[in-house]
Design a protein around this ligand. Structure first.
Ligand SMILES: Cc1cc2nc3c(=O)[nH]c(=O)nc-3n(C[C@H](O)[C@H](O)[C@H](O)COP(=O)(O)OP(=O)(O)OC[C@H]3O[C@@H](n4cnc5c(N)ncnc54)[C@H](O)[C@@H]3O)c2cc1C
Length: 481
């Protein structure tokens, strides 16, 4: 005869949620389902796990809302999501014991802090005699699976993606979520609010007007993107004034949707998978994969350039200009519109991310690390792999990066990609009296000047031509050193 606690322990599995905050297409849950065990789901908040790169304010807001929604979905299925604080390696063995579970399943993360936490967990659980299994819930390919012909990691995107793009055809797991068996739980020790994720200041409240944070909303956005955005993506993705991109990034960042679901949805909407727009879109999912590939193989890159010679780049320490950039007060409308969109909505269009990043590192000669940090705090889609890759790309110091000497002209970028000024005016209403053809150079309009700007809108904080020359000079000094 099996003693009661032995039977219980054989019946339960602890599922440790990481960046896989969803019920559908979650290989960890799929595995728990296949094991026929009752699931005890837990999320553990360890503020120290990411070190310098612990989630920023916007990301924590997103995380809080995602957990709230996940907890409600689990409750509908008869379970209860447990919330714990502390080191997972301390918490999980105790929790497994308390709940009589002798297995812990989780979805892997790939950032250095998260990977160190996973290693510690594996060790602690092994010592406690508890089995662990981990799964890939957030990437199409494991970063270590993709290698060049020399068995080395790729550092250039095109051959990387050529090598592994067939993974877009991987199908999402197909199980009815109502079959997930969650264990009945007594009232938990701590609540979501006890994790203290929400920032102390009310800045985050306005984010509610821009985002619906739930797995269901992420799925709806995926379907919408596949049907309405992807078909015209190739020619609209660079126009920030239109709804030309999917806005799926924050849902992907915390795993409310999976890249497999996104690819599958896109391919289903175009059976051949061959339209130009679609390929371009799926290539962007490829850039996300590439970013993870780089972060996994070069874990130092959030803090140091991938190309070592850029470590001695003569950056300026200029807190005044940095602040103007952060607040969207540089006097260059394309830059300021982007920075204001970011501060208001927690998100910025990709074309504009490239323009504002280039402006910070080249026009202001302020280090990409300052920019990455501000993005980290204000983006709802903040993702260590993509953010690092995006910033090092802009600064010319990363893999497959834009050469440093290619300096975006913020005026021309505006005129080219927001020709009617729709995007700029949405975020900078002070410019509504500027003649349309001068929106991106308001100082040239009849009531403007390069000393005082236009009305309350500031004058350019640096002159484009001299800033360009200064940036090239800095690059030359690096080359000759
Ligand atoms: C300086 C800089 C910083 C960035 N920081 C982040 C970040 O912290 N988090 C983040 O998710 N993306 C980041 N990006 C990449 C990109 O800007 C966003 O992924 C994109 O704007 C998100 O909008 P979307 O979902 O509408 O993208 P879409 O154009 O619809 O693309 C679909 C998906 O592909 C992925 N993707 C698209 N472009 C890129 C790219 N260049 N690199 C990696 N993945 C990409 C995203 O997951 C995105 O959701 C950064 C780019 C730059 C230039």
């Amino acid at each position: 005869m099996i003693a009661k606690n032995e039977k219980d322990s054989a019946d339960k599995v602890l599922v440790w949620f990481r960046k896989d905050l969803r019920l559908r297409d979650n290989p960890t849950l799929e595995h728990a389902l296949a094991s026929s065990k009752q699931i005890v789901p837990v999320f553990i908040w360890d503020e120290e796990e990411g070190g310098k790169w612990s989630p920023g304010a916007a990301s924590r807001w997103w995380l809080h809302q995602s957990l709230k929604s996940l907890a409600a979905s689990i409750e509908k299925l008869g379970g209860r999501l447990l919330f714990e604080k502390g080191k997972p390696a301390d918490v999980l063995p105790l929790l497994a014991k308390e709940n009589g579970a002798d297995d812990v399943f989780y979805s892997r993360v790939y950032d250095p802090g998260g990977m160190a936490a996973q290693e510690a967990v594996e060790e602690a659980l092994e010592t406690a005699g508890i089995r662990t299994e981990s799964f890939n819930a957030s990437l199409l390919n494991e970063p270590w699976e993709v290698k060049n012909s020399l068995g080395k990691p790729f550092q250039v995107f095109t051959p990387f993606w050529r090598n592994c793009r067939n993974a877009i055809y991987k199908k999402p797991a197909d199980y009815p979520i109502r079959n997930l068996q969650f264990a009945k739980q007594p009232a938990p020790r701590s609540s979501l609010d006890d994790l203290g994720l929400l920032p102390g200041h009310p800045w985050h409240e306005k984010l509610f007007t821009h985002w619906d944070v739930s797995e269901v909303a992420g799925q709806a956005q995926t379907v919408h993107a596949a049907r309405e955005i992807v078909p015209t993506y190739a020619h609209r993705r660079n126009s920030p004034g239109t709804e030309g991109t999917s806005r799926l990034s924050p849902y992907l960042a915390w795993g409310l949707i999976s890249p497999r679901q996104v690819c599958h949805s896109v391919l289903q909407n175009d059976a051949g998978g061959s339209s130009r727009g679609e390929n371009k879109f799926l290539t962007e999912i490829g850039w996300r994969e590439f970013s993870y590939h780089l972060l996994y193989h070069f874990p130092h890159i959030p803090n140091r350039p991938l190309r070592p010679k850029y470590a001695s780049f003569p950056w300026l320490s200029d807190s005044k200009s940095l602040r103007k950039w952060q607040l969207g007060q540089t006097g260059y409308p394309m830059v300021d519109a982007g920075m204001r969109q970011l501060y208001e909505t927690g998100w910025m269009h990709n074309r504009v991310r490239m323009v504002v990043a280039s402006f910070l590192v080249k026009h202001l000669l302020i280090s990409w690390e300052e920019g990455a940090r501000w993005f980290w705090d204000t983006l709802v889609d903040a993702d260590l792999a993509s953010n690092t890759q995006g910033w090092q790309w802009a600064a010319g110091c990363g893999a497959d990066a834009a050469p440093y000497f290619r300096i975006f002209n913020p005026i021309i970028q505006g005129e080219k990609f927001d020709s009617k000024g729709k995007y700029a005016l949405r975020w900078i209403p002070e410019l509504k009296e500027v003649p349309p053809k001068l929106i991106f150079r308001p100082w040239e309009s009849p009531n403007g000047s390069s000393e005082s700007g236009f009305g309350t809108y500031p004058a350019p904080c640096v002159d484009h031509a001299s800033a360009r020359a200064r940036a090239l000079g800095a690059l030359a000094s690096l080359k000759s050193s």
